[in-house]
Design a protein around this ligand. Structure first.
Ligand SMILES: Cc1cc2nc3c(=O)[nH]c(=O)nc-3n(C[C@H](O)[C@H](O)[C@H](O)COP(=O)(O)OP(=O)(O)OC[C@H]3O[C@@H](n4cnc5c(N)ncnc54)[C@H](O)[C@@H]3O)c2cc1C
Length: 542
């Protein structure tokens, strides 16, 4: 069997950047992904990337804003690296061809995002993610890095306590195959499909997190889920923060600004957690019912909309029949980004030699309890690169060892077992997924409480029992999407369990984790990260 130097799982920003870097560092690299790289969730990052290049800005100010946004939990060395290396990363993207928007002098233009003290986010209209993904993919092709697409990674191959490859389900052929390598990078993105309303793509099912978690790797800070303040109710479609930066106001049905009602002046450009929490409080009536909030963009000039909100305006018009500058647009917070993930060091290393992780599936502590808008993409660039180099260096000195096909045979057996359970019962994976998404929405949302979290924990456990009983129609075959969804649902259940356990454990409010029963930040007890381990079938927080 061929032994690769570096295997990268995931073709989003983080995975492609890591793959490019490892290749340029001299490694032979293969990239495996369950969908075409250009269909990765990253393409929906519409707003942009932070870099302290604007007049009056500085790296120090960027560091300060990032640390303040993280609410006392950022690792300051990691923040410093993130902010110092931003310029190099953004200039590289610019040279590779990302059409960043320019000001009249031809220099990069910037918008101000929530939590930033100055306009610092470089943008490309409102489609930066789409352009960046295209440019990274161009580099993948230029460097002739092979891409195995439509391959769903099921598990890690661990032998002699080292990661030596992955086992994946080849979706077009229905075969379960092993890919062997000296180093494996998980860049599989987040897990927010566990929520019913989320801005994350359908592919965000926590596959990489679950694979590492099952091998004893802890997940860190899983309670911190960032909720984006301005999504269209029930859809997960997000109206970019740029709309608020350009003058969009959050108002009630009488066009009264929430900032005035809540006493939070400048609310629109406060950190996302502050905004989402204020909105959720305002939307909940005394009798537990709901009242609506809206975004009023009528103050934004037409030419500005054309230049900076073109895609957003088109989305609102095409999908909702709403004209962005006319009338009030209904909005509500939705699950946007999981800050937690596979615990990694500064160079993406996990506790298993040979296993690395980067991007949305990983957590190093850089962003603490809340991430500054525009810093996620930057993280994918800076730490995707660091992980690419570290994995490549590791691979160069690792000794390859032939992996037995028994790893794949075990996977085949467990998938066939799903078929042998039969499909005659009334329950289905669709019903389980929908119940999971409902309980996560209702009980593990912006405002949390012990009672609701305990209910969620019980429900997730009972969903796991139901999952263990439902079967598949068949194993193998061409594009067996039923099997793929079943695997993804198993991963979501594991990650939901870890998230709820972590949220229950943190008995304080900090950043994106707000507990109405513990509304204050408690530095004495909680100025620390949580680590959740999978022990047998339990989620144990330490
Ligand atoms: C609506 C929206 C807008 C955003 N806008 C911004 C922004 O303007 N600025 C910013 O800084 N951040 C933004 N973000 C955050 C940003 O999108 C993420 O940080 C980033 O996309 C994460 O990239 P990633 O490479 O880690 O994951 P992804 O882009 O999710 O890529 C994951 C990859 O892994 C593959 N994969 C997953 N599971 C498997 C498996 N089992 N087997 C094989 N392959 C697998 C997928 O196919 C995919 O290719 C936004 C997020 C959302 C939801």
């Amino acid at each position: 069997m061929k032994n690769h130097d570096v295997i990268v799982i995931g073709g989003g920003f983080a995975g492609m950047n890591a793959a490019i870097t490892a290749k340029l560092n001299g490694s032979e690299v293969v990239l495996i992904t369950k969908q075409h790289p250009l269909r990765s969730h990253s393409s929906s990052s519409h707003s942009g990337v932070n870099v302290a290049l604007n007049d009056g800005d500085s790296v120090e100010q960027h560091i300060q804003d990032t640390v303040e946004s993280g609410d006392g939990l950022c690792d300051s060395d990691l923040v410093e690296k993130l902010c110092r290396e931003a310029q190099e990363e953004v200039v590289r993207l610019d040279r590779w061809g990302v059409p960043f928007s320019r000001n009249e002098s031809g220099l990069l233009d910037f918008v101000r995002f929530g939590g930033s003290s100055i306009a610092r986010t470089a943008f490309a209209g409102d489609a930066a993610g789409h352009f960046i993904l295209q440019v990274l993919y161009e580099q993948i092709m230029r460097l002739e890095i092979p891409v195995l697409q439509d391959c769903l990674v099921l598990s890690l191959v661990i032998s002699d306590d080292k990661c030596r490859g992955v086992c994946y389900y080849d979706i077009p052929t229905g075969k379960t195959v092993i890919e062997q390598g000296n180093a494996v990078i998980l860049a599989t993105g987040g897990a927010n499909q566990m929520f019913g309303t989320t801005s994350s793509a359908f592919s965000a099912t926590g596959d990489g997190m679950a694979a590492a978690y099952r091998q004893g790797v802890p997940l860190m800070d899983m309670e911190f889920v960032q909720f984006h303040p301005t999504s269209l109710p029930g859809t997960g479609l997000v109206i970019t923060e740029m709309a608020r930066s350009l003058g969009g106001r959050i108002v009630d049905k009488n066009n009264k600004a929430l900032s005035a009602k809540s006493g939070l002046k400048g609310l629109e450009l406060m950190n996302r957690n502050v905004c989402s929490q204020a909105m959720t409080q305002a939307m909940t009536t005394k009798d537990g019912g709901n009242t609506e909030l809206f975004l009023d963009c009528s103050g934004i000039k037409k030419d500005v909309i054309k230049r900076q909100l073109y895609e957003t305006a088109a989305m609102l018009k095409d999908l909702q029949g709403v004209k962005i500058a006319e009338g009030l647009i209904p909005i509500t917070p939705c699950a946007h980004r999981s800050l937690g993930g596979i615990k990694v060091s500064a160079n993406g290393a996990t506790q298993i030699p040979g296993l690395f992780a980067t991007g949305g599936c990983s957590c190093s502590g850089t962003h603490g309890a809340n991430q500054l808008g525009g810093n996620a993409l930057l993280d994918n660039l800076v730490y995707g690169r660091a992980t690419g180099i570290a994995s490549s260096d590791y691979a160069a000195s690792a000794v390859a060892k032939e992996v037995s096909d028994s790893f794949a045979e075990d996977q085949r057996k467990s998938l066939r077992n799903l078929v042998s359970r039969g499909t005659s019962g009334k329950d289905s994976q669709t019903a389980i997924r929908s119940d999971l998404q409902k309980v996560m929405n209702d009980k593990v949302g912006v405002i949390r409480h012990k009672d609701a979290l305990m209910e969620a924990q019980k429900t997730v456990e009972s969903l796991q029992d139901r999952y263990d009983k439902v079967g598949l129609q068949k194993y193998g075959g061409t594009f067996n999407t039923e099997l793929c969804s079943m695997v993804e649902l198993g991963n979501l259940l594991d990650i939901a369990g870890a998230t709820v356990a972590s949220a229950l454990a943190r008995t304080e409010s900090r950043g994106n984790h707000y507990r109405s029963d513990y509304p204050k930040r408690d530095d004495k007890q909680w100025k620390k990260h949580t680590l959740v381990y999978r022990e047998n079938s339990s989620h144990v927080v330490k």
